[in-house]
Design a protein around this ligand. Structure first.
Ligand SMILES: *Cc1c(COP(=O)(O)O)cnc(C)c1O
Length: 369
């Protein structure tokens, strides 16, 4: 049979698999598989969604002026240097299409976010993965992979699924030592959860030159994953490129309205951050007390190491049987780990108690000395 043939790169990737949300036999599930903020969006965002329904026959403003103004006010940025997207994935893909392509190389971290690899291969790039140190981005390892064909470096900071991050100083060192014509993309999807006082998500590096971009999302602390909304802060020449490439109406009117309303409730965001820091510390301690290995996390999830792939699978099944969905991260090269989103206090309690039960029945009794 002959038929239309897509470009061969298409078959070099598998389609992205998101966190599951349903379990057969369970009417209610506790979904801790996609790092959606524990409390959902601010109430004003839900009200704004209902209101835009009345105007839904109108096209949105393709330039997203009102949303860019609101982002600019919230984060003290020039709205002219902001581009909005249908989720930050949209912008990551556009950047790769613009600056990558056949014959170019893209560098990411060994356990970096999978979208970079998928979008990179689809664009025909060679994707190179730099080894990590303690499951943390290693700037020297990234620098060592740079060749004349390198066009882009993608770093999620903090990274998903490891939860680890590098300091502003390390990120600056990477920028300074990488060639100036290599685009550095800092994916700061978890920026609002970071406690480190000097962390700025990459804003100062974007402002300092013409070759660094920061991407952000409304899918995590803002609780708006379902509407699809993200943004990039970029130097003017890259803003121009993204505006030429993006779909003319790549952000829906409903997403924009919800985003503007959500930005207006920074108390909600501050509460979400404070809850996350407390709950993350507590959950990490409770899980560690059962003998599990917990990696330090700066984001709204924990990477929990069960030491063998078999135990991770058994734990995943144990949780599912009790209506709890987390994320097995074998596709990230971490087959002995589960990634668990920090939910509400009740959800954290439930996961702590359930995994304690799992540890009690599945672990050989610990002996002293
Ligand atoms: C969740 C996540 C995103 C967000 O993607 P959206 O398309 O904005 O929903 C981006 N990068 C990383 C590392 C993430 O974990």
């Amino acid at each position: 049979m002959t038929g239309p043939k897509p470009r061969p790169e298409i078959f070099s990737v598998h389609s992205y698999v998101g966190g599951e949300s349903k379990l057969p036999g369970h009417n209610r599930v506790v979904k801790l598989s996609s790092n959606e903020g524990a409390f959902g969006p601010p109430p004003a965002a839900i009200a704004a969604l209902a209101e835009t329904g009345l105007d839904i026959h109108r096209y949105p403003d393709g330039g997203m002026a009102a949303l860019r103004d609101a982002i600019g006010r919230t984060y003290a940025l020039d709205p002219a240097q902001i581009v909005c997207g249908n989720g930050s994935d949209d912008l990551l893909q556009l950047l790769i299409q613009a600056y990558g392509g056949a014959g170019t190389e893209l560098i990411m971290s060994a356990h970096g976010f999978s979208i970079y690899e998928i979008a990179g291969k689809l664009a025909g790039c060679i994707v190179r993965k730099a080894p990590e140190r303690n499951l943390t981005t290693d700037v020297d390892a990234i620098l060592a992979l740079i060749t004349p064909a390198t066009r882009m470096i993608f770093i999620a900071n903090p990274n998903n699924p490891t939860g680890t991050m590098i300091s502003n100083a390390e990120m600056r060192r990477l920028r300074e030592q990488a060639p100036p014509d290599v685009l550095l993309v800092i994916d700061a999807a978890y920026a609002e959860y970071v406690d480190q006082p000097d962390y700025d998500g990459g804003i100062s590096l974007v402002g300092a030159g013409n070759n660094t971009v920061m991407t952000r999302t409304f899918s995590k602390i803002y609780g708006l994953g379902g509407v699809r909304l993200g943004w990039a802060y970029a130097p003017p020449a890259i803003v121009d490129v993204l505006n030429r490439m993006r779909g003319p109406f790549n952000v829906s009117a409903t997403a924009a309205a919800a985003g503007i309303a959500a930005l207006g409730d920074q108390n909600w965001i501050a509460n979400g951050r404070a809850h996350n820091s407390r709950a993350r510390t507590m959950l990490a301690a409770r899980l560690a007390a059962t003998g599990l290995k917990i990696h330090p996390s700066a984001a709204n999830f924990l990477l929990v190491d069960f030491l063998t792939p078999e135990r991770a699978i058994t734990a995943d099944q144990f949780l599912r049987a009790r209506g709890i969905i987390v994320r097995h991260v074998r596709s990230y090269g971490l087959p002995s780990c589960l990634r668990i989103t920090i939910g509400t206090a009740e959800e954290c309690d439930l996961i702590a108690e359930t995994l304690k039960e799992f540890q009690d029945i599945s672990q050989p009794a610990l002996t002293d000395g």
